[in-house]
Design a binder for this molecule. Sequence first.
Ligand code: TYM
Length: 391
Amino acid sequence: MSLFHQHLRRAPAVLSSAWRSLHSRQTVARSITTTSVAQNGSQEVRARPRVVFSGIQPTGIPHLGNLLGALLNWVKLQRDASPEDQLIYSIVGWHALTLPQDPKALSVARRDMLAVLLAVGLDPNRSVIFHQDENPHHAELAWILNCITPMGKLRRMTTWKSRLAASRNARDDSEVDESLLNAGLFTYPVLQAADILAYRATHVPVGEDQQQHIELCRDLAESFNRTFKGKRALFPLPQHVITSSCRVLSLRDPSSKMSKSSPDLNSRILLTDTPAQVRSKIRSAVTDSTLGITYDPETRPGAANLLSILAACTDEDVQVVAARYADKGHGDLKGDVAEAVEELIKGPRAEFERLRQETAYLEEVAKKGAEKARALTEPVMKEVRTRIGLV
Ligand code: TYM
């Protein structure tokens, strides 16, 4: 069994404090009830099972940040879910269109991403796994939410600026030329809110970079509930579920996050990297010249990033890991990080290579997933249309 799968099977008693805190947060989340605002403004409290929703763009093979910040968490949530919890994971093709894509490459990446989700351990019989672009309700709800979204809120989001900057290889957001901004990129946080709210999701496992999108989603849910009242508030306010490795940094520039769009291929480790590539990328990771290893994200971000990656791979607390390296050098740390990353990805990498050839199976999974997704959102959209008067 690979480290990846062992890691997912561990009993809570032996888990690291980072995972224990995530686990206890989830336990609290599971036992709390969803609060909805009744027509007269008083709070009506009703128990509801959790609805977990998350998404990933089909813009290439996932990197270590996607794995540790999101996908690993999706699988853990699937493992720990109560039978009545719903788990819904989407490959968000419409989001990918917000930046120029080569149609042939997008089509391959879209199918590959489905193979990745299955390879890391998502089970299509337990979780709804589907292509967003095969459920038109997302786009319909996005349009409706666009009509209650203030422009000022979107303008204040930093994500479209950084995506535009990254796509242009600009050094920072201030270099971004707004004339290159398309309306889709500007409003994609609204589409993201629609992705979540169409399922009345309560929990959204994503990395730290998505925080402001979850906040906007909560604002839009609140605004819709207030404006279009019914017997009870329609949309729950979803919670952000994060991991201790919610921001994995670039290996070449630890002042920015690991990202698919960086032109420096050595800045990220991909799920499909060979053991030699993993070793070479980690060996060339930027650290510092201070002797000994300490966990200090402010002044030693490169070393702190490697320690966090190691802690996430071995499911330990980062401070405990750091203590082990207090008297060691960066070379020792890098060797162990490379080994742990290779252990983590080798199982899913092999499974991905096998599954990506199984096109008929992937098509079948996608078809069934889309049917389930549409069946979940149909009643919600019916209620939305009734409340806004489009009936
Ligand atoms: P995307 O495709 O950019 O990233 C997928 C997931 O990976 C996380 N992530 C990281 N986590 C830690 N460190 C990093 N360096 C790192 N880079 C990426 C992201 O936080 C994300 O969880 N807009 C979203 C996709 C989306 C979505 C949704 C998510 C669309 N609709 C609804 C949740 C709910 C995105 O572009 O993710």
